[in-house]
Design a protein around this ligand. Sequence first.
Ligand code: NAD
Ligand code: ZN
Ligand code: ZN
Length: 339
Amino acid sequence: MTRPGVLEQVEVPVPTAGPGEVLLAVGAVGACHSDLHVLHAPPGLFPTPMTLGHEIAGTVDSVGAGVTGWSAGDRAAVYGIIGCGTCRGCLRGLENQCRRIPPGGIGLSRDGGLAEYVAVPASRLLHVGNLDLTQAAPLTDAGLTPYHAVELARPALRPGTTCVVIGIGGLGHMAVQILAATTAVRIVAVDSSTAALDLATRVGAHHVVPAGPDAVEKIRELVGPAPDGADVVIDCVGVDPTLTTARSVVATGGQLLLVGLGGGTLPVRPVADEPPTIPLETSVTVPFWGTRAELQEVIALARAGLLTADVQTFPLERAPEAYDLLRRGEIHGRAVVVP
Ligand code: NAD
Ligand code: ZN
Ligand code: ZN
């Protein structure tokens, strides 16, 4: 990102690993929809020029001063958040709740992984065993973010209850698999793309519903009339129409997790003179990414064969094309750039 809104391929020096850092030869880097939000964020929010890419796996090339436990040739996934280490969130191990503004992150506050090499703090690395690096990279965000959302909702995800997942893209197709692997809920997948719904079925959704004006009615046929409904709704899009669907199908006492950063607004109005916009006792959560401990668990799920990203690979030269396709909704599963 050479300046706000502009993606360009340019030569930059190979970074060096500072004290406590590792120089990673990038094996794979996922193209996250958030990169498009970063690209089009108001000027000044993110540094420029900056190499994007926050979903990274690679091989250790060299280590900086003071690094122990990692050496050249080790394969690793990168936890992308760099918390301040001193705020209340970080002290509790919840670096995804770091109270430093703006939050630190690889490919967000410093150069990321859309390059042959990236320097990262050694504390951000996790072993991936024999996982292919194109599989390991998407785990770090497309896997970790929905895993964290499911963790937050886990008490409500009782056997036989229903979870609706809206948006079966990079995050959503991992959410479906995480639910299938770690719960006994009925999974209902919603998307505007037929290819995404086919993918949802392949990875374990029990029902698929095309997004649109009839979506609420179709979901209601499955979960029954209000005040019953879906116990948990995970919206991985976050635009007004998906938030309307989400709040229209969530059960009384249910949980709505807004993961997508699509810019929509969720009106929260319990009973008043006008009809309520959300059922009573419903909780709304806005999860952000996840913790290092959760990423370790996501990697374990993948190593156990229970979580597999549906990956479409692109060489570094074709990264801009991958983002164009992502913008147009023509990537299914995750686009992964292989430098
Ligand atoms: P993606 O482009 O891979 O997937 C989006 C999916 O949503 C696609 O399948 C698309 O067909 C579908 N979709 C788009 N509009 C829709 C609509 N109106 N109704 C139903 N389906 C629709 O994106 P992604 O990389 O999976 O990211 C999803 C969202 O999550 C993005 O907004 C991204 O910025 C955000 N995100 C949030 C976090 C977090 O920590 N909260 C982390 C990563 C990504
Ligand atoms: Zn992301
Ligand atoms: Zn912090």
